[in-house]
Design a protein around this ligand. Structure first.
Ligand SMILES: [Mn+2]
Length: 254
């Protein structure tokens, strides 16, 4: 459990699913600028910033190379971090090949699974949300391949111009960005992250569960003073969550 004490009037901010770089770097630029502008507006009262995954539509770290682009958002994160703002990065299923670049270059810790936080007496469980809860077997199988050390090693030895292009092709082809397939709310009882939260609550109380991944902003009352908030995305909704020290809620950015 990581503890954060918020000073007066400071807040926690949570955002996810920017998918920068998709469907093309030119088309993702306005979203990147909007996000960088948002980072500028929160820096006055942010006590900590949580990025809940899929910041990049594709990311891979070679030993000496990282993908081109994203200079503005990386620069802004560096500025905020250098000014003393704690930033926590949770990898999503699109950027799970993060290694130590964020830690080394930006001094931002990277989490590969959900992490508990205690802030002003409230318990948080925070993560990206992929592969949690029951079901989603196809994805879980795929994730095993993606995270397999031998597969990663083989991919690393493809020339980046081939590897990155191949990954971008596969990533953009799959749904969310193209808008080819709509994301539908499955109903409280069928949302597998809701089921995941309910199971967690059987052994440990949390005041707030924060996840991304669904690309659907939602706030779901789990009963017993527990709430699940999904941060939505920065493609269609431009939503984020903010915790003012007492209450956590979803906000649409302007
Ligand atoms: Mn996503």
């Amino acid at each position: 459990m990581i503890q954060i004490e918020l000073d007066n009037n400071k807040k926690l901010y949570f955002a996810s699913d920017n998918h920068l770089g998709a469907p093309t770097s030119a088309q993702s630029r306005p979203r990147e600028l909007k996000f960088v502008h948002w980072l500028d507006t929160i820096k006055t009262d942010a006590g900590a910033l949580f990025l809940l995954g899929d910041l990049f539509d594709f990311w891979f770290e070679y030993r000496t190379v990282v993908p081109k682009g994203f200079v503005r958002v990386l620069g802004k994160l560096a500025e905020l971090r250098d000014s003393g703002l704690p930033i926590f990065f949770f990898v999503g299923n699109h950027d799970l090949w993060m290694s130590d670049y964020f830690e080394q270059e930006l001094d931002i810790p990277v989490y590969h699974r959900p992490q508990a936080f205690l802030c002003n007496g409230k318990r948080f469980l925070i993560g990206h949300g992929d592969g949690l809860g029951p079901g989603d077997k196809g994805y879980k199988r795929m994730k095993k391949i993606f995270t397999n050390p031998l597969c990663k090693w083989l991919f690393r030895w493809l020339h980046p111009d081939i590897g990155v292009r191949l990954a971008q092709y596969l990533s953009v082809k799959n749904k969310l960005i193209s808008g080819a397939e709509d994301v539908h709310f499955l109903g409280e009882d069928n949302e597998w992250l809701v089921q995941y939260c309910r199971r967690k609550l059987q052994t440990q109380h949390y005041d707030y569960f924060l996840f991304g991944h669904r690309h659907l902003p939602m706030t779901i009352d789990l009963g017993g003073e527990a709430t699940y908030i999904n941060t939505g995305d920065w493609i269609h909704y431009y939503t984020y969550a903010v915790f003012d020290g007492e209450v956590c809620q979803l906000v649409v950015s302007d």
